[in-house]
Write a protein that binds this ligand. Structure first.
Ligand code: IMP
Ligand code: MG
Length: 193
């Protein structure tokens, strides 16, 4: 069992840089977000929409921190573009099961980088006539957004570096790390660490 103050990388992996958000900090912040959302949605039944795959750990923990009757659903999207940038052209790979008409929808996102994916999702879900539509993002990268995000809830602001863990991946790996760490591209890493 790791502690809230653990900052060393428990995994000896040369591709991992430093811990950006510890396991303890994640737990604490998600409990806070859950309390705020519980208060804000009192008397309503929110539908949490998780964006696969990155948001699945966050959604699982956040849902348990919300003390209200709620429902969950998932969608999967893939964006066209290079490995490190998003074009903003998003394809729905798996759509929701739920009908959003009249629902209080809360999009649960792992990380917002350019914001283009989220911007597309918001427009797409808004067209389905929800009673309300808000976004909770666990991570927001500093200063890179070209669009106005209007995030109702944000977990952490992080520097504009590529991070992995707690659902976030590189080629499907590292999602199971219980903390968030920077990922050092082997080609840019060199031998100086
Ligand atoms: P955006 O459209 O540029 O905001 O990109 C958002 C999506 O890109 C996220 O949902 C992630 O899937 C992915 N992404 C952006 N930054 C990172 C990162 O640092 N690590 C892992 N995935 C990332
Ligand atoms: Mg994603």
């Amino acid at each position: 069992m790791s502690t809230a103050d653990e900052v060393d990388l428990p995994v000896d992996d040369p591709c991992l840089g430093r811990v950006v958000v510890t396991e303890g900090a994640l737990k604490k912040r998600i409990v806070e977000l859950g309390r705020t959302i519980t208060a804000d949605y009192e008397g309503r039944i929110p539908l949490l929409v998780g964006v696969l795959k990155g948001a699945c750990f966050f959604l699982a923990d956040l849902a348990r921190a919300i003390d209200l009757p709620l429902e969950i659903d998932f969608m999967a999207v893939s964006s066209y573009g290079s490995a490190t940038t998003t074009s903003g052209v998003v394809r729905i790979v798996k759509d929701l099961d739920a009908d959003l008409t009249g629902r209080h929808v809360l999009i649960v996102e792992d990380i917002v980088d350019s914001g283009l994916t989220l911007s597309y999702l918001r427009r797409n879900l808004m067209a389905r006539h929800p009673a309300s539509l808000e976004v909770v993002a666990l991570l927001v990268k500093e200063g890179l957004q070209s669009v106005d995000l209007e995030l109702a809830y944000e977990g952490f602001t992080i520097p504009p570096e590529f991070v992995v863990g707690y659902g976030l991946d590189v080629a499907e790996r590292y999602r199971n790390l219980p903390y968030l760490a920077t990922y050092l591209d082997p080609e840019q890493r060199g031998d100086h660490r």
